[in-house]
Design a protein around this ligand. Structure first.
Ligand code: FRU
Length: 509
């Protein structure tokens, strides 16, 4: 999408002359640029927004502050894919600066109506006392990619009983009308999600709060999402302010789901089970889902968290998105698998098969910093701990282990390289369910230059983490401690070129 001179001027209006190019040059010097994860050309990326299948392609936007790694004036940046693996730049999606989004085009979602993609988002504004005034806004994208903002906000008032933390509309169709769930904070400083209804996406009526059994669960719920999967109601939410409980809630903020009977949209009652974290790693937040053309429910998350510093900040960029995941439900839990299209990134397979007994063995012929690796452990002794070390060198390693007796999986990034948010610890663990009958366990790792996503046991659990190793840390080894196990592994190098590597000239030149 070509930008007009005026748009370009407005993008740069806070930048000193040459600042954006100067920032881009710093980014180019960074050793931790990803090779197949969606990342910003400069500045900071946060939440995925407006994820939708429209006009034969997947459209995905993300929160973007172009000029640095602070949470500054947020834009929506737009990328497009036909297979959820290869992405093309589509330029700036939403630019802030109108009266209803003067201080940022904050998070929101998309829905197709009348052959156009409707983007519903939060316009953040501040008054002269820097008090926040959120508006819920609408923009419409035509089939040719032109995005036009609706001339005024579609929800202007905050209902009584809520603070100005009122944002992140997620919209879906319900019969002949549309529903939108919005993240909120009650006046008593507890988190909630509220529901609005509309016939045309323009005129909205406040219906009231979603009635869950979590009346006091953190001080704010960000980025709610509701959908139904195989007759089950699923509510995603990002509660802020939970205290750690054992292995749970170890990150600065949480994101997880509630499964229940379908939401009663008339009474807004949602009867559900416990809150379960979507991801057991270090860097995951603000996920958003959409439905693919074949009905598959797809999820993308932000591989980062608010209010933390990351090692790439010094190079003028921060964060990336997770790989898309396909959702299903099994045994009362959400199962997450990497999107099928990712297999299109695979290079030539190398395989490995061995029995290890209290020893470590290198995966000869397989190394690198961008690859997919799947391995299965079988015939394991219940006394042992088994796993993999990757991105290894003399001094660095990232370690994934499975303690067979307890069924505990642990990701350890204590020696992964430059430290990332060390105040929140360097290991994450979870204990798998249904362990008694387990005879084998599969892990699928997606390693990129500065991240890893680990799908455990066919998507029962996922660990997502940024890691910042030296480029020379490329080795892979398997280990068995305190017992023996059989290992079968397959490795596929991933080629560059899945994501845009060139900066869009109309923004950066
Ligand atoms: C979540 C969030 C959203 C908000 C957006 C602003 O990370 O705080 O609640 O809309 O980021 O960038």
């Amino acid at each position: 999408m070509k930008m007009t001179r005026e748009q370009k001027y407005r993008l740069l209006r806070q930048a000193e002359p040459g600042e954006l190019m100067h920032l881009a040059e710093k980014v180019d010097l960074c050793d931790w640029r990803q090779s197949y994860h969606i990342q910003p050309h400069t500045g900071l990326l946060n939440d995925p927004n407006g994820f939708a299948y429209f006009n034969g392609e997947y459209h995905l936007f993300y929160q973007w502050f172009p000029l640095g790694t602070d949470h500054g004036m947020k834009y929506w940046y737009h990328v497009v894919s036909s297979d959820l693996a290869h992405w093309k730049d589509a330029g700036i999606g939403l630019e802030p600066g109108d009266s209803y989004d003067s201080h940022g085009a904050y998070s929101g979602s998309a829905i197709v109506k009348d052959d156009r993609l409707h983007l519903m988002y939060t316009g953040n504004t501040r008054d002269s006392d820097w008090i926040r005034h959120p508006y819920q806004c609408l923009a419409i994208m035509d089939k040719d990619g032109t995005i036009t903002k609706h001339e005024q906000a579609v929800i202007t008032d905050i209902p009584a009983g809520y603070t100005d933390h009122f944002r992140d509309p997620k919209v879906w169709q319900d019969g002949d009308s549309y529903l939108s769930v919005i993240g909120a904070q009650r006046s008593d400083l507890t988190g909630a999600a509220v529901l609005y209804r509309s016939n045309d996406l323009i005129n909205w009526t406040f219906e009231g709060e979603l009635k869950t059994s979590l009346p006091s669960f953190g001080y704010m719920w960000e980025c709610p999402d509701y959908f139904e999967l195989d007759g089950t109601g699923v509510l995603l939410l990002c509660p802020q302010g939970l205290e750690p409980e054992g292995d749970r809630f170890r990150n600065i903020y949480q994101s997880g789901y509630l499964l229940g009977s379908p939401l009663n949209t008339a009474t807004r009652e949602f009867n559900h089970g416990e809150f379960i974290e979507l991801d057991r790693g270090f860097d995951f937040y603000a996920p958003q889902t959409t439905e693919g053309p074949d009905g598959t429910r797809l999820l993308v998350g932000w591989m980062g968290l608010p209010d933390l510093e990351y090692p790439t900040d010094d190079n003028g960029w921060a964060h990336c998105l997770t790989l898309p995941r396909e959702l299903s439900i099994r045994n009362g839990r959400l199962i997450q698998r990497p999107a099928a299209g990712l297999a299109g990134l695979r290079g030539e397979e190398r395989s490995f098969s061995t029995l290890l007994n209290d020893e470590t063995r290198r995966f000869e012929g397989a190394e690198g910093s961008s690859y997919e690796l799947s391995f299965t452990i079988e015939q394991f002794d219940s006394s042992g701990t088994f796993g993999i070390e990757f991105r290894t060198s003399e001094s660095e390693r990232t370690v994934l282990s499975y303690e067979a007796g307890s069924g505990t999986v642990t990701l350890d990034r204590s020696n992964s390289g430059a430290p990332a948010s060390p105040a929140y610890g360097t290991t994450r663990s979870c204990t798998l369910e249904n362990e008694t009958d387990r005879k084998s366990l599969e892990f699928r790792l997606f390693v990129d230059v500065s991240s890893v996503e680990i799908f455990v046991g066919d998507g029962e659990e996922v660990f997502t983490a940024r890691i910042f190793p030296d480029p020379s840390s490329t080795g892979i080894s398997f280990f068995a401690n305190g017992g023996s196990a059989a290992f079968e592994a397959s490795f596929w190098p991933y080629h560059k070129g899945a994501i845009p590597q060139e900066r869009p000239a109309d923004i950066y030149n």
